[in-house]
Design a protein around this ligand. Structure first.
Ligand code: HEM
Length: 397
């Protein structure tokens, strides 16, 4: 490969996997467009980077969240853009609150909700599965976590939709910048109200637990807490929604697989893990190189921004035999879809639980999914991939 490839080219976004395979073969660590990011395509190199936060920094990409057109975006204060030891301290604090208690508390509610969502899905009629199915459980879970009541879930969804465009906004796009500033201010005002309320009257919920959490006598600061609530908004919704949409699409494409899972629901967790490997929602994760380094046999300069191609690593033939084949019987677990090391996804268990219960309910009611009237539409992003519109019809026969 001589000239730089453009990872955002429409034909690449339609199906990026052939290009990822070519990068793994011929240019495993190479500069790409847009922006001259250094794409890292092989599993072993991605893992090396994730294991070494000193040399490959998350904090170094914090300035992405501090552009000139916004003065105070709380994502810039979140643990996602911190390195040890700051990250370690913050992670210990939020992990206390975010441990298994969240899962145990939420599971019965999520199960009931998943059944309601599936019961409300129309039969034999094309509907947008993103809106009518995939988003329903994750938005309710996110609302519960950040203390936003169901009457405001439509607003929560709008905040998340606008903010996921943050890292791709162009300097001249002042209209989007204004919408982003407004969404950030609105979300912040609501989150501050929730925090104040929980301070006055703690409940059995995540925000109250976060306020109570202490490590060596230290609590979260208001800035830490706001950063974490914004991180949940950005990291907890789009990911899980894309995963559920991809699962529904897989059922439509492979009716025999859908029938097998209906007959053996105990296989659903394994199905989810293989979906995460084969067609997971997170395609890229960014790090900054703090000192010149040799990676995958390539010299990378200090200050380079690496784009770790997780979706490529998860199809690396050196790690997964016959990687493009969807194989329910593949030995697991495959844990790269949720990252590795210091920043390993804090919501991995929650995402698995939400997806399992949503799919169990869908499979219990419907036996077949067929394509709807319109073609599906896909998002355009370097870091995330999934349908934004997925017209499907569900059938019980
Ligand atoms: C299928 C669903 C999901 C996928 C594939 C996913 C993937 C990831 C990945 C790859 C990272 C690591 C980022 C990095 O190394 O820079 C991450 C971090 C994180 N995720 Fe998830 N995620 C999912 C769902 C969730 C959910 C449901 C939540 C919470 C509600 C969540 C909360 C977080 C948080 C807080 C972090 C930051 C951890 C840290 O910086 O220490 N994620 N996620």
């Amino acid at each position: 490969m001589s000239s730089r490839v453009n990872l955002l080219a429409p034909e690449v976004r339609m199906n990026p996997y052939p290009l990822y395979a070519e990068l793994r073969r011929n240019a495993p660590v190479s500069q790409v467009d847009p922006g001259g990011l250094w794409a890292v395509a092989r599993y072993a190199d991605v893992l090396t980077v994730m294991k070494n936060p000193q040399l490959f920094s998350s904090e170094g990409i914090r300035r992405t969240y501090r552009p000139e057109w916004i003065s105070d975006y709380p994502m810039a204060d979140s643990m996602l853009v911190m390195d040890p030891p700051h990250h370690t301290r913050l992670r210990a604090l939020v992990s206390r609150a975010f441990g298994t208690s969240v899962l145990t508390r939420l599971e019965p509610r999520v199960r009931e909700l998943a059944q309601q969502v599936t019961a409300a899905l129309p039969q034999d009629r094309s509907v947008d599965f993103v809106d009518e199915f995939s988003i329903r459980v994750p938005i309710a879970v996110l609302g519960d976590l950040v203390g936003i009541p169901p009457s405001l879930h439509a607003r929560l969804k709008r905040w998340a939709e606008v903010m996921t465009q943050f890292t791709s906004v162009r300097p001249e796009d002042t209209e989007l910048q204004e919408r982003l500033r407004a969404a950030v201010a609105d979300a912040r005002a609501h989150f501050e109200e929730v925090v104040e309320e929980r301070r006055r009257a703690p409940r059995e919920d995540l925000v109250s637990d976060l306020l109570r959490a202490r490590v060596d006598g230290e609590a979260l600061t208001p800035t830490d807490l706001m950063g974490f609530m914004f991180l949940l908004l950005i990291g907890g919704l789009e990911t899980t929604v894309h995963l559920l949409s991809s699962c529904a699409l897989k059922f439509q494409e492979d009716p025999a697989l859908m029938a097998r899972l209906r007959a053996e629901p105990a296989l659903i967790p394994r199905f989810i893990d293989e979906m995460l490997r084969h067609s997971g929602p997170v395609h890229g994760v960014v790090r900054l190189v703090t000192d010149e380094v040799e990676l995958g046999g390539v010299h990378v300069p200090q200050g380079a921004r690496l784009l770790l191609l997780m979706a490529s690593a998860n199809r690396d033939e050196a790690h997964f035999p016959d990687p493009d084949r969807f194989d329910l019987d593949r030995p697991g677990p495959q844990n790269l879809p949720f990252g590795h090391g210091a920043h390993f996804c804090l919501g991995a268990q929650l995402a698995r639980m939400e997806s399992r219960l949503a799919l169990e309910a869908l499979l219990a009611r419907f036996s077949r999914l067929t394509l709807g009237e319109e073609p599906a539409r896909w998002n355009i992003s370097l870091v995330m991939r999934g349908p934004t519109l997925l017209p499907l019809a569900a059938h019980t026969d």
